[in-house]
Design a protein around this ligand. Structure first.
Ligand code: SAM
Length: 189
């Protein structure tokens, strides 16, 4: 069976992230991906989880209540400032990252990710990824402002040096209403 978007996003990370890795949830929202990453890297790993909304940080904290791992740092800041949270010691140590673009479900639809800050965060993480590390971006673009971000991102990733990065696009092209798709970028060197 072809995997659905969220299932495939997690599958890609399961295949590349290792126990003990440092990983990033760039848009923690309700905490689903943060919880997934926390379990994936285990007690020796760590997760940096970002969101600009205090509501999302609280929701993620709640989602982690029964989590057996104590390996998540919740950061109430824009991922645009991610460099401030990555000491030099983490250079070439990040195993993976996920972005879920768009707005927090059942919340203020005007608070959305945007191409400018998403690209800054993505490029920063790319420079900190270890060899074979992977960034998975789930691109929701049906909302107002979504097309702008999608176009900016595609324009950017299409030009990443193929000697250094593999860039994959995965999505269902016969679905109606602007279905989400995945961009996955793996560092080759
Ligand atoms: C689609 S939701 C994420 C869903 C989440 N991954 C989950 O599992 O529930 C997108 C989130 O990105 C957040 N966001 C928007 N701009 C951001 C930024 N510049 N930095 C960090 N988070 C941002 C929103 O507040 C929202 O919570």
């Amino acid at each position: 069976m072809l995997r659905g978007i969220l299932n495939f996003a997690h599958h890609l990370l399961e295949d590349s992230v290792m126990d003990g890795d440092i990983v990033i949830d760039a848009t923690c929202g309700n905490g689903n991906d943060t919880l997934f990453l926390s379990e994936l890297v285990g007690e020796n790993g760590s997760v940096l989880a970002f969101d600009i909304q205090s509501q999302a940080i609280a929701a993620t904290k709640e989602a982690l209540l029964n989590n057996e791992q104590d390996n998540v740092s919740l950061i109430h800041d824009s991922h645009e400032n991610i460099i401030d949270y990555l000491p030099d010691t983490m250079n070439k140590k990040i195993g993976g990252a996920i972005f879920n673009l768009g707005y927090l479900p059942k919340s203020d639809k005007s608070i959305i990710t945007n191409g400018y800050s998403t690209i800054i965060a993505m490029d920063t993480i790319l420079s900190f990824l270890k060899k074979n590390g992977l960034i998975v971006i789930v691109v929701y673009h049906g909302h107002e402002g979504g097309k702008h971000e999608k176009d900016a991102l595609l324009k950017h990733v299409i030009h990443l040096d193929q000697k250094k990065f593999s860039v994959l696009q995965y999505g269902f092209i016969n679905q109606k209403n602007n279905p989400p798709f995945i961009l996955a970028i793996q560092k080759k060197i």
